[in-house]
Ligand binder design. Structure first.
Ligand code: SF4
Ligand code: SF4
Ligand code: FES
Length: 251
């Protein structure tokens, strides 16, 4: 029977090693199937996080031959003729084997002010379909954090104290572009959010399993809002002349 050769990282924060496993290849098999085979037949203590096996929960993120991917969505027959290296996400602290501590992402999420709405007085608020669709794309996020993992600002350069990362930009965009939200999060984006560190390389967008246009539809429009607010004197003047349309500020 044809076999896949998996090179899986085994270890914890004190160090580790790559171990080689031979797994019988079956049609349609994904990397997560092979990891389960290893648990069942070789090493029951191999740590891996997963839930749905359907690319819905965002739990099984790992680096497969150097590329951040969902293990349950990555077919083994893609790698015929080559070994398959399965490593944990590099950007986050390692707990054990393929499991990393992604709790920083939830700490950032708690710093983002939630949806805030005030019903206008007098007339009903009309929401247009185009406005609904614009924010809808961002709600597809499954919080796999593959984009956070690949973002070079978080991974290699300025680090997690400088920038909230692409997943958080998607979250903020979903709120900022909601037609009924009244909060202005540009101050947060410019200061603690560190949006200026994103140089729109699109590495995050290229590997999002939900195909969210992270840079084109979320980060670039958010950058434009920040630029309008802080660096465009004409728009600042126009805003001051139309105070009723100003959003409440949040930093
Ligand atoms: S486009 Fe921005 S957020 Fe996405 S990976 Fe590049 S620097 Fe990070
Ligand atoms: S934006 Fe895409 S890559 Fe980033 S966490 Fe959400 S689903 Fe994953
Ligand atoms: S197990 Fe849920 S996304 Fe892979």
């Amino acid at each position: 029977m044809e076999e896949a050769i998996l090179r899986v990282f085994r270890g914890d924060s004190n160090g580790g090693e790559e171990r080689i496993y031979r797994v019988p290849l079956k049609p349609g098999m994904v990397v997560l199937d092979a990891i389960h085979y290893i648990q069942a037949h070789y090493d029951a203590d191999l740590a891996v996080r997963w839930n749905c096996k359907a690319a819905r929960c965002g739990s099984c993120s790992a680096e497969v031959n150097g590329r951040p991917r969902l293990m349950c969505k990555t077919r083994l027959d893609e790698f015929r003729g080559t070994d398959v290296r399965v490593y944990p996400l590099k950007t986050f602290p390692l707990i054990k084997d393929l499991v990393t501590d992604v709790s920083w992402n939830y700490q950032v999420a708690r710093q983002i002010p939630p949806f805030t709405h005030k019903e206008p007085e007098g007339k009903p608020f009309i929401v247009h379909q185009v406005d609904v669709e614009r924010a809808q794309e961002f709600h597809k996020c499954i919080e796999c954090f593959l984009c956070q993992n690949v973002c070079h600002v978080l991974r290699d350069h300025e680090g997690q104290s400088a920038y909230f990362g692409p997943r958080s930009m998607v979250k903020i965009a979903s709120l900022e572009m909601h037609p009924k939200d009244v909060l202005d999060r540009t101050g947060l984006l410019r200061e603690k959010g560190g949006i200026a560190y994103c140089n729109i390389t699109k590495c995050c967008e290229d590997l999002c399993p939900e195909e969210i246009h992270i840079t084109d539809n979320a980060i670039i429009p958010l950058k434009e809002r920040v630029a309008d607010k802080y660096y465009d004197p004409l728009r600042a003047l126009l805003r001051s002349l139309a105070p009723s349309r100003r959003r409440e500020e949040s930093t």
